[in-house]
Design a protein around this ligand. Structure first.
Ligand SMILES: NC(=O)c1ccc[n+]([C@@H]2O[C@H](COP(=O)([O-])OP(=O)(O)OC[C@H]3O[C@@H](n4cnc5c(N)ncnc54)[C@H](O)[C@@H]3O)[C@@H](O)[C@H]2O)c1
Ligand SMILES: [Zn+2]
Length: 545
């Protein structure tokens, strides 16, 4: 961060813009402008009085004039009022000469922080000021302004962080933005080190520079992909690699899970040798989970291990498969039976590549996004329930953070990672009995319904979550039932799930959004009831009791 552009902090009331702005300015030794303080001084009265006497419109005009004046200066740290950047003209004016950054906090956190503050004119209408009424206004206002805030690519979460830690996070976000405009960076630590997950629209074009900055050797690199994905996206990637001094060699594998085999990996070794790749050569996976799993395994084993980079192109690979270091192939006896932990040097997620992903694959990936919401991202879940996620990059980032927290807590899959199997015990069985007519994400969607029904049945979860989940999945075009299949066949298939612990059937169940637990052997009748639930059309349930 060496440029002199203004740094503009915005965000909803209660996100700490003034406090954080003052600290950030001190840290960077820059002048600090608190827009609300400037306006208070200009009008000679507190903001609630400006609203009451001059009216909101007058205030907004003055605010817009102030934005225009500040945009003519440089080197400032500016904290805006909560509503200032909702106006696109203000946003454009300040963005022309500054970097905009939005501070965020969960709704509950905002409610907690605003409790007792009486200087917020938009919240104080209505007599009595009952707590519930206030909380409803806050929620409404947040909802109204959500898209305006989300239009700002740089977002920094403040929940659970003290002000100095928020300033650290801001400096980190600014540095990421400096690497590639609009890029978000999520750090992952693992027992051997650490890597970044870089997320942004159009990131492919920055790949070469991003890899150089991470110390990767500028020489021959293998670009592992399949024909369909390479046609759409390899040229931009190759151009960026060449511009940075790499010589990419495209190594193609056939498309489809049936080719995720040792034979395909052996063929990759042949291609690497033919391209004279030595130990310093990086292997880049450009593709969905199938390409990523195989390229990663090849990178773990070729010459006893070479550097590996993930560029996931399916939604599932972005939010799940590319993070956590698991790589491998299938055997005729079962899926993912041979593999290795291979941590990437960096994961680059360009959400623009989703434009060519078939719609059914996108929906399937959404099931994993919902899953991550239930496991550990209540705000993401709420967004999916309401008018949908704000931007693709933010949605992917929120979902990725859940996976990162889980794999950091359990790098070698010995405990906490089990929660990632929410919906998967049922889901895998449904994939099997349908001979894969039910695709993975569909199985997971129905499986999450079954798991939630089970949690409700054993009294661990409120029934509302089940209806909320079913409504959301339907809205996303995902199934909630598997009509026409046989309960016994599904139960038998579950017995064969390789992820069961010992002989016990193990289920991940939700208690609430953001709170899941592992239930071992919940009882045969409970499991059967959950299976029967997903085999029954929603309308019939009332009749069947
Ligand atoms: N390593 C892990 O931790 C982990 C986690 C979950 C899943 N997986 C593995 O991931 C695999 C499933 O991944 P998947 O769902 O990405 O399947 P996939 O890799 O087969 O991709 C699905 C289809 O979409 C195509 N595709 C992908 N991106 C595209 C794009 N941008 N434009 C056009 N077409 C595109 C692919 O060519 C393929 O035909 C499974 O093998 C599974 O075992 C691994
Ligand atoms: Zn899955």
């Amino acid at each position: 961060m060496t440029d002199a552009r203004n740094i503009v902090l915005t965000g909803f009331m209660g996100t700490g813009k003034s406090t954080i702005g003052r600290l950030l300015a001190a840290r960077l030794d820059r002048p600090f402008i608190d827009m609300d303080a400037v306006l208070t001084e200009q009008f000679g009265k507190p903001i609630p009085e400006i609203f009451a006497e001059a009216g909101e419109a007058t205030f907004r005009v003055a605010e817009a004039q102030l934005c225009a004046r500040l945009a003519e200066q440089e080197g400032l740290v500016i904290s805006t009022g909560g509503g200032a950047l909702v106006n696109p003209q203000n946003r454009a004016a300040l963005a022309a000469t500054g970097v905009l950054l939005c501070l965020t906090a969960g709704v509950d956190e905002i409610l907690r922080r605003l409790d007792g503050l009486q200087d917020r004119p938009l919240l104080n209408g209505g007599a009595g000021g009952a707590g519930l009424e206030r909380s409803r206004r806050i929620r409404d206002l947040l909802h109204e302004r959500r898209h305006a805030y989300a239009a700002i690519p740089l977002q920094v979460e403040t929940t659970g962080r003290d002000p100095e830690a928020v300033v650290d996070a801001i400096l980190d976000a600014l540095a990421a933005n400096h690497e590639a405009p609009g890029m978000q960076r999520i750090g992952v630590t693992h027992p051997q080190g650490a890597y970044d997950i870089c997320i942004g629209e159009g990131l492919l074009e920055h790949t070469g520079r991003l890899l150089l900055a991470r110390g990767l050797h500028a020489g021959p690199v293998a670009l592992v992909s399949n024909a369909q994905i390479a046609d759409a996206h390899a040229p931009r990637l190759e151009a960026s690699l060449r511009a940075a001094g790499f010589t990419p060699c495209l190594c193609l594998v056939p498309s489809g899970e049936e080719h995720k085999t040792l034979a395909t990996v052996a063929n990759l070794y042949d291609q690497f040798l033919a391209a004279h790749l030595d130990r310093r050569a990086t292997i880049i996976a450009l593709g969905g989970g199938v390409v990523g799993d195989m390229a990663g395994f090849a990178a773990a084993s070729y010459l006893r291990g070479v550097p590996f980079v993930q560029i996931p192109t399916s939604l599932l690979a972005m939010v799940d498969a590319s993070v956590g270091g698991k790589t491998g192939v299938d055997l005729p006896q079962g899926k993912n039976l041979v593999g290795a932990f291979k941590q990437p040097e960096v994961v680059l997620i360009d959400t623009a590549v989703l434009a060519t992903l078939p719609a059914a694959e996108f929906r399937s990936g959404m099931a994993e996004v919902v899953k991550h919401g239930i496991i550990d991202a209540p705000d993401l879940f709420a967004q999916l329930e309401e008018s949908g996620p704000t931007t693709m990059a933010h949605m992917v980032a929120d979902a990725v953070r859940v996976k990162v927290r889980v794999v950091e807590a359990d790098p070698f899959e010995q405990g906490r990672r089990a929660v990632l199997n929410l919906g998967h015990t049922f889901g895998h069985a449904l994939e099997q009995v349908s001979h894969y007519a039910i695709r993975h994400g569909e199985g997971v969607a129905i499986g999450m319904v079954a798991a939630t029904q089970m949690a409700v049945a054993i009294g661990e979860c409120a029934p509302e979550l089940l209806s909320r989940l079913e409504r959301m999945l339907a809205r996303l075009g995902l199934p909630t039932r598997a009509l026409g299949y046989d309960a016994d066949a599904i139960l038998a298939a579950m017995g064969h799930d390789k992820k069961r612990a010992g002989k016990m059937l193990r289920f991940v169940l939700p208690r609430a959004v953001g709170n899941v637990f592992v239930a071992d052997s919940p009882g045969a009748d409970v499991v059967r009831a959950a299976v029967n639930y997903i085999l029954t059309a929603p309308d019939d349930e009332a009749h069947n009791g």
